[in-house]
Design a protein around this ligand. Sequence first.
Ligand SMILES: NC(=O)c1ccc[n+]([C@@H]2O[C@H](COP(=O)([O-])OP(=O)(O)OC[C@H]3O[C@@H](n4cnc5c(N)ncnc54)[C@H](OP(=O)(O)O)[C@@H]3O)[C@@H](O)[C@H]2O)c1
Length: 420
Amino acid sequence: MGHGTVKQPQAKVNKQVPTTGSTHKHTGSSQKQHGGKPGGSGEKPAPPPKVAPGRTMGREKAIIWEDDNDVDFEDITFVVPIVISVIILLVFFLRKYIRWTVPCQSSNRIDGKTVVITGANTGIGRATATELARRGGRVVMGCRDRKKGEAVAIQIRTKTHNPDVYCYELDLASLTSIKEFVDDFNNREPTLHVLINNAAYMGPQSTTMDGYERCFGVNYLGHFYLTYLLKDKLRRGAPSRVINLISDTYSKARLNFDDLPLTPYDIKQAYARSKLCMVMFTSELHRRLAGDIIHVYGVHPGWVCTDILRNWPGVAGNILRTVSRVLFKSPEDGSQTVLFCAVGEKMREMSGKVLENCNIFKVKNYAKDREQCERLWNLSLNLCGLESDIPADKRDPGEKGPPAAVQDVGPREAEPKKEK
Ligand SMILES: NC(=O)c1ccc[n+]([C@@H]2O[C@H](COP(=O)([O-])OP(=O)(O)OC[C@H]3O[C@@H](n4cnc5c(N)ncnc54)[C@H](OP(=O)(O)O)[C@@H]3O)[C@@H](O)[C@H]2O)c1
């Protein structure tokens, strides 16, 4: 071993070279060479050579270095396995913690129900679309890249034996594309039961076709516009549900209404801000749609290994993607709370709330601030060129239970499967 060959010649040096008493280990050998113990009957021991304070002689340096190295070598053989074991244990428990998932307990089928999922060609959206198709839903995937989306739709149809899986073109970075998607949908589908606002962008600074900062435009404003245009179909499908994908990073953001382009731009801030808007949108939409028996949920899926980090540039991006592959949840696990909100029973009380692991996730007060949420709503109407026809429900959002019109609506029951 390399270490052994280093050690031997050093040991030789230790024997031959007298020391000056600067380390007491060598003082003894020095004393012996000069005739025994100090203060004994022999000659007076030679005084140590004079060295300026703070300086050492060349040979002395070699010996001190060798002694330190001896100690390090022994320490390292002992410490390294401990450090490695501790790191492995930490990674193991961190991975367990991050991947901890409460699965959707409901086995409800959704035969005959129509579901729209944005960004369903990959990640959590794809896993959700697959499971909802397996449960008999009529699944409409809104995908930016039609070809990619069609290919995934074919795979889901084959896997789940459900022929009712379709891909429509939808680019959330374009208000025109969103309008076309809704027109297409309205022509083909009579009702909508579940809308899942899932798609998201995270990456370098960029703008939508309409000139808005891309995270804000795709993750929030596009979904705002889509939901607004689909509200009549949701009313027809009532009791229906809107599920907004949010992220716990929302708490790192502040919304400055006077700085929508976000200067200076920062990937994390832009993404977090768009998710803060989704949290605020969830509260406000609940206030406005509860009367129509349309329930609204926010979902934080946890940290999930998907393509969401694909646009993160540089070394940081590579590190994050590698870490996510090792530590994060699978898209199937990440989709459990979305499924719970889509098919679960007794969900009425949870409308307007954010959930994680099939349970309420406490949201910071400023993200539910009524005035701010209303301000964002009005700004969004303005940015999309809309006029509101959804009156704000003046109930206190903290008030328990739905308004009178909703009281007698029980959990949605799975309809019997249609004969084909
Ligand atoms: N992964 C996580 O750890 C995590 C954590 C918290 C929250 N979330 C949220 O979960 C949701 C799903 O994310 P994911 O992790 O599954 O990410 P993903 O794998 O990157 O999926 C995002 C989807 O959004 C689509 N998309 C992006 N820009 C679009 C646009 N302009 N128009 C239409 N679709 C667009 C993508 O389509 P293309 O493939 O064509 O780009 C893709 O299908 C997101 O809302 C995300 O913020 C994820």
